[in-house]
Design a protein around this ligand. Structure first.
Ligand SMILES: *[C@@H]1O[C@H](CO)[C@@H](O)[C@H](O)[C@H]1NC(C)=O
Length: 114
């Protein structure tokens, strides 16, 4: 598998994040969650970079529309990454000491978030 390709993709995502201003973009949520993927698949110790990412994502959710947008991105991420263990995903914010008022699952109803 091409890790060079992955690195290019990450670089592109980071560039997009730098360009995006203000409004929540799923690309930035995805890039923050990148370090979490091995944990979400296999468990073990939560990577420090993953918790940092979760905290950053949580920090983007300041208003109701932002929280709904972040929720939609998280839902998309959880649904889009193959092999994710949903029980690990649901426990992840807590493992990082972050409280997110909904569960990370593909069936989360983001429109109910206030
Ligand atoms: C998900 O992770 C939990 C906790 O590590 C584990 O007990 C469970 O077997 C895992 N489930 C799957 C489907 O891998």
């Amino acid at each position: 598998m091409g890790s060079v390709k992955v690195q290019c993709l990450v670089a592109v995502l980071v560039a997009m994040v730098l360009v995006a201003d203000g409004a929540v973009s799923c690309n930035s949520v995805f890039s923050y969650l990148g370090p979490c993927v091995p944990y979400l698949r296999g468990g073990g110790k939560v990577p420090t970079a993953c918790c940092g990412g979760i905290k950053s994502v949580n920090g983007m959710a300041k208003t109701t529309p932002d929280r709904r947008a972040v929720c939609g991105c998280l839902k998309q991420a959880v649904a889009g990454i193959s092999g994710i263990n949903y029980s690990l995903a649901q426990g992840l914010p807590k493992a990082c000491g972050v409280s997110i008022p909904y569960t990370l699952s593909p069936s989360t109803d983001c429109s109910k978030i206030k």
